[in-house]
Design a protein around this ligand. Structure first.
Ligand code: NAP
Length: 300
């Protein structure tokens, strides 16, 4: 096997704008861990080959992003209970004996960020009694639904463009919801009076807002977009225009990465300085872009 710092990567498509290498570099510096972390683009249908290539290069583990999380769960030889329920994994690692394990840290990552935004403790039912609307039923929605249920939500409705996928996701989580006394249902149209709306669709990736009934996003609602960007995402902009509180998924990204890092390295980094550094870097990039735009349009 190749020598040098331990190798990790993020596998997905697209990955060129992923902040994961930067986040893990900051964690590694903070925790004095020697590792390198790469982006690896997975061509359609190419997840198993990309994973095999990473292993052949000496890889110790990887994060998995859109659209490969279901492939990752299938590839793992040992799945955590959470990843098995989700049917999706965002973190893989090889044991010393070469066994590939899979975990899903998206749920705990989202909960930690929601708890921060709501001023609650992540381990003390931060969604106690809340009505939640979850938009989407892909890899990310699958990864977070179990955590939303376990965090004490009283009612969760799941809407997806492809309704059958939402129904299947809800059916898979019915037993967990019963255990936590959470009323869980799929819905044909987004609706109700939720106080937390989680957008786990990829609509913002294409710059699209979502068609929601008038008044659903309103003052007092927290609208959370799993997608993040230098400027407000389409969903965040839509929520702010309706008077709701809104946040994007940068905090979740950092929190889920910290969980992955802890699983791989056995040490949990402090996320607050890393989130602050990323916010500052995104703002600086935006300023540079704006200045370049101004310069390009200013007559000499
Ligand atoms: P995915 O597995 O490909 O699923 C995409 C989901 O979005 C599906 O439910 C799909 O509906 C829906 N969708 C796509 N385009 C849509 C549109 N124009 N209108 C309405 N629904 C649309 O992707 P994923 O892994 O779930 O990721 C979803 C988003 O979450 C991405 O933006 C990703 O970057 C983000 N994410 C962020 C974090 C974080 O840490 N912040 C973590 C995970 C994911 P159909 O089933 O009908 O196709």
């Amino acid at each position: 096997m190749p020598q040098g710092p331990d190798l990790y990567a993020v596998l997905g498509n697209p990955v060129e704008h992923s902040r994961s290498p930067r986040i893990h570099a900051l964690f590694a510096a903070q925790c004095a861990q020697a590792l390198r972390y790469e982006r690896r683009l997975v061509p359609p249908g190419g997840f198993d080959s990309a994973l095999a290539a990473l292993r052949a290069d000496g890889g110790r583990g990887c994060n998995v992003t859109v659209p490969c999380k279901f492939d990752a769960a299938r590839a793992a030889q040992r799945l955590s209970a959470g990843a098995a329920l989700a049917g999706a994994a965002n973190t893989l690692g090889w044991d010393a004996d070469g066994c590939l394990w899979g975990e899903n840290t998206d749920g705990i990552g989202l909960l930690r960020d929601l708890a921060r935004l709501l001023g609650a403790r992540a381990d003390a039912a931060p969604l106690h009694g809340r009505e939640v609307l979850l938009l989407g039923a892909g890899g990310a929605a699958s990864g977070v639904l179990g955590a939303l249920i376990a965090a004490g939500a009283a009612r969760i409705a799941v809407w997806n463009r492809n309704a059958a996928r939402a129904a299947a996701l809800v059916a898979r989580h019915a037993e967990l919801a019963d255990r936590h006394r959470c009323a869980l249902e799929s819905c044909a149209q987004p609706g109700g009076t939720p106080t937390l709306v989680v957008n786990a669709t990829a609509a913002s990736l294409g710059g699209e807002g979502l068609t929601l009934p008038e008044g659903l996003l309103r003052p007092g609602v927290l609208a959370y977009d799993l997608m993040y960007a230098r400027t407000p995402t389409a969903f965040v902009a839509q929520a702010l225009a309706a008077g709701a509180h809104a946040a994007d998924g940068l905090g979740m990204l950092v929190e889920q990465a910290a969980e992955s890092f802890a699983l791989w390295r056995g040490v949990r980094p402090d996320t607050a300085p890393v989130l602050a550094a990323l916010h500052a870097e995104l703002q600086a990039e935006l300023q540079t872009e704006l200045q370049a735009g101004v310069r390009a349009t200013t007559p000499r």
